[in-house]
Design a protein around this ligand. Structure first.
Ligand code: PEP
Ligand code: MN
Length: 377
């Protein structure tokens, strides 16, 4: 639900806030360009919706819009009436690091989320962190780099390496302390969410747990940033509704991550998953959330990761999530996703290519896109 309210109506704002609070909702006030602000009701709006008529009688209140979409808290289009559509602004998720830099997802620049599939040894994860930090400093993009590594691993076979668990998380804490770079790690079990929230900077909910509703809600309750991978059998709307489970708990720090879907072409020797690039644009248009892209899991092979990553650039992902390996000699020891891990040298070239894309190609792309946003309907 969206409530239009004239600015400087503090009394009215208080009345609306009290009523919203009664139903467990919070209000987010978005300053309008003109004299009217919009109040976004965050959380389940059913209770408050019973008072639509009353709300419209409060002094300074203009229109009250009910959002018809099933993913109300994250939908881009709030309402339409005749020719007029009410659209919400894109959201930016910010993750600060101990180095004093803030990683901004959904801003102008693409962020790089890089690191190994999983934490395996102390030496491995420290070396990975150091090399990534050195590369970030060399390219002067520290504010655009976040670390990743799994400590709790979803595996297809129960006897495979399933991660170091909490010990792995503690190692990642130390790597963050040394490098100053924040990190994201996967959570699979809702009973661990509270404890993990004390450690990591961002949760990841993986493709296999993308519809674990209890997990989504529990992560939502922490208010912490979360990367939600698309369930590999989910259509886009199922994915948006999974995100809505988090948003419904009044946590809008969500980043949507496309990582490839299962199709009839998967497993034919060249396609671990089929990357769905068009969905990046769709998710950005349909929701207000940053949309990121993981070129590693669809590729399944390190030689395909860079082309896969660069292919996604015109779709303007807010971040690229890339699995890396700190040292080629470690590949034979790596216990999960070894084949797709990108070495530091091609990673550097790929990042340089992204930066060149931003400088040289992006202005042309923006000019071409201008046509679509300005043509008469
Ligand atoms: C991962 O990021 O290592 C991972 C398990 O990803 P996904 O859930 O996309 O398979
Ligand atoms: Mn992986």
């Amino acid at each position: 639900m969206i409530i239009e309210l004239e600015g400087n109506r503090e009394d009215s704002l208080r009345k609306i806030s009290e009523l919203a609070e009664k139903y467990g909702n919070t209000l987010e006030r978005i300053q309008g360009r003109g004299p009217v602000d919009t109040l976004h009701v965050i959380g389940d709006p059913k209770g408050l919706a019973q008072h639509m008529e009353y709300l419209e009688t409060i002094p300074g209140v203009g229109r009250v819009w009910r959002i018809s979409s099933s993913y109300k808290n994250i939908a881009r289009r709030v309402a339409s009436e005749g020719q007029r559509s009410v659209m919400r602004e894109s959201r930016i998720v910010e993750i600060p690091g101990p180095d004093g830099k803030v990683r901004r997802f959904g801003g102008e620049e693409t962020v790089f989320i890089v690191g190994p599939d999983s934490v395996q040894t102390e030496e491995q994860v420290f070396e990975a962190g150091r090399k990534i930090a050195a590369l970030a400093d060399k390219l002067d993009i520290r504010h655009r780099v976040m670390l990743r590594a799994g400590a709790f691993k979803p595996r297809t076979r129960p006897t495979d390496f399933r991660g170091m668990g909490l010990d792995g998380i503690k190692l990642l804490d130390k790597v963050r302390e040394e490098t100053g770079i924040p990190y994201v790690s996967e959570v699979m079990d809702h009973t661990l969410v509270e404890e993990l929230a004390e450690h990591l900077d961002c949760f990841q909910i993986g493709t296999r747990n993308a519809q674990d509703f209890k997990l989504l809600e529990t992560v939502g309750d922490t208010g912490k940033p979360v990367i939600l991978k698309r369930g590999f059998g989910n259509d886009a709307v199922e994915w948006f509704n999974a995100a809505e489970y988090i948003a419904n708990r009044q946590n809008l720090n969500i980043m949507m991550c496309e990582r490839g879907v299962k199709t009839m072409y998967c497993g034919n020797g060249y396609n671990r998953f089929t990357p769905d690039l068009n969905v990046i644009t769709y998710a950005r248009e349909q929701t207000v959330l940053p949309v990121i892209y993981d070129p590693s899991h669809a590729a399944g092979d390190d030689r395909l990761v860079v082309p896969n990553m660069l292919a996604a650039l015109p779709y303007r992902p807010a971040a690229l999530l890339v699995e890396t390996i700190h040292e080629e000699s470690f590949r034979s020891e790596q216990l999960c996703d070894a084949k797709q891990a990108l070495a530091m040298d091609p990673l550097e070239h790929a990042i340089r290519a992204v930066m060149d894309f931003e400088k040289v190609i992006l202005p042309h792309l923006s000019n071409a896109q201008h046509y679509f946003s300005h043509r008469p309907s």
